[in-house]
Design a protein around this ligand. Structure first.
Ligand code: EPZ
Length: 415
């Protein structure tokens, strides 16, 4: 429950990146020994994966709030908790990791946020190109191989998940794998850096072409996950929406270039420091148009919070969602708070209103939930958001961080 219309002010520290952590945890299987992972965000998707690794025979010691030691030497390829795996998208990374280490894998078709069709054909094609035989039946993906061999793989759609899954499987394949039209998100670079720290030979992560020279085996390492650019971007937008002034710490400012550029265009003052950014909002932001694109374009994960800001900006903005076809469902919720939005397929026209008003609303997915929080923070009166477990999948200590910034938010039991 949020009592809105309070400016966010002060400082907030950003946690580790969820989408990097959910790739790095399954990747520890490839190490077959002990890894220490730091700056790990303790969000639900991370704890699900941690539980899955334990279930499979991994030994985990929690060393600190954001630091764990994980020994994957005792892991077996089977034993995957199908019910847990179905709950989240990132369980698909067990495919690449288990195939790489055990030459076989059995993983359920992944779940995750309902934001579109979300096929995994590119993952399958990529792994098949490396020599895996894959069968899908009754919601299960069964993969096996006599030995993976490097191959040249062109992704016809830029995909974060497929790029990472192929990288995982290719680390110990014979010969060289080349991924063309690879995704360039910071999560890709972070996962490649982690794999290289285990002893892999990956070059070009962060560009369109990634080359992976197969090595005999991998070992353990100590690694720190990069900061979460989506969490950081959400706080930047929330600051702008509440006309606040916040220093957002523990970030890599260049990862936020697309969001910073749009906020500047809207009249927000952004000052970048080495590992932080100060966001100072004007009395009212100006509308802009946004179109979601793979990195370094404007991120689809920021489309929802940004549309809330557009709802209270001066003028009319056009939002084009080009990555996921069903990422506009939350607009029905936003309209309950007084937003003026017209949707035509993947395009939304948002006419700014001076203010939103509090209402009971639902989180329709993770980032939509974050968007409803931003809406509640800027709205006049009380907003109650249901289904907040979605938000817990990707935002660490959300209420605590927001209360420290001066907002009035608390978790209440649903009646
Ligand atoms: C990752 O999802 C993230 N999830 C998403 O974050 C993020 O929105 C998305 O990348 C885009 O940045 C994780 O990292 C766990 P994709 P992913 O494969 O890997 C199509 C969040 O809120 N496609 O890059 O599933 C697909 O339909 C979440 O944190 C295929 O056609 O996304 C989409 O249009 C939600 N075939 C496009 O590619 C495939 O085999 C990009 O999807 C795979 C994808």
């Amino acid at each position: 429950m949020i009592e809105g219309s309070h400016k966010l002010t002060g400082e907030v520290s950003i946690s580790g990146a969820k989408n990097a952590a959910v790739a790095i945890l399954p990747a520890t299987i490839l190490a077959g020994s002990t890894c220490t992972i730091k700056n790990l965000p303790m969000v639900k998707d991370v704890t699900y994966l941690r539980d899955m690794l334990i279930q499979m025979g991994g030994k985990i010691h929690i060393l600190d709030n954001d630091k764990i030691r994980i020994d994957t030497s005792g892991i077996a390829a089977h034993n995957i908790d199908l019910e847990l795996a179905k709950k989240m998208r990132a369980s698909y990374y067990f495919l690449g990791a288990l195939l790489g280490r055990f030459k076989k894998a059995e993983v359920p078709f992944p779940g995750g946020c309902d934001i579109g069709v979300r096929p995994i054909d590119l993952h399958i094609k990529g792994l098949e190109a490396l020599g895996a035989k894959i069968k899908i039946s009754h919601g299960l993906i069964k993969a096996k191989t006599d030995g993976l061999k490097g191959a040249r793989i062109y992704l016809d759609v830029v995909s974060v998940g497929a790029t990472i899954n192929i990288m995982l499987a290719a680390c110990t394949a014979k010969g060289t794998t080349t991924i063309e039209n690879a995704a360039k998100e910071p999560y890709i670079v972070d996962t490649a850096n982690f794999l290289n720290a285990l002893g892999a030979n990956i070059k070009g992560a962060g560009t369109d072409v990634i080359k992976i020279k197969g090595v005999e085996s991998l070992g353990g390492c100590e690694y720190s996950v990069i900061p979460d650019q989506v969490e950081a971007g959400t706080y930047m937008i929330a600051t702008a929406a509440t006309r606040g002034d916040v220093l957002i710490k523990n970030i890599i400012p260049t990862h936020l270039d697309a969001v910073s550029a749009k906020l500047r265009e809207m009249g927000v003052e952004i000052t970048e420091y080495e590992d932080s950014v100060r966001v100072k909002a004007p009395s009212r932001t100006k509308a802009v148009n946004i179109k979601t694109m793979p990195y370094p374009g404007f991120p689809t994960d920021m489309q929802q919070p940004m549309s809330v800001l557009l709802s209270v900006s001066e003028g009319t903005g056009i939002v084009t969602e080009s990555i996921f076809e069903s990422r506009f469902k939350y607009f029905e919720e936003l309209k309950k708070m007084g937003a003026k939005i017209k949707i035509e397929g993947r395009v939304a026209v948002i006419e700014g209103v001076p203010k939103l008003t509090g209402a009971p609303v639902y989180a329709t997915d993770l980032r939509a939930g974050a968007a409803m929080v931003v809406a509640g923070l800027t709205a006049e009166g009380k907003t109650t958001i249901s289904n907040v477990s979605y938000i817990d999948r990707g935002y660490e200590r959300l209420e605590e961080k927001l209360i420290n910034l001066g907002s009035r938010i608390r978790r209440i039991e649903e009646k």
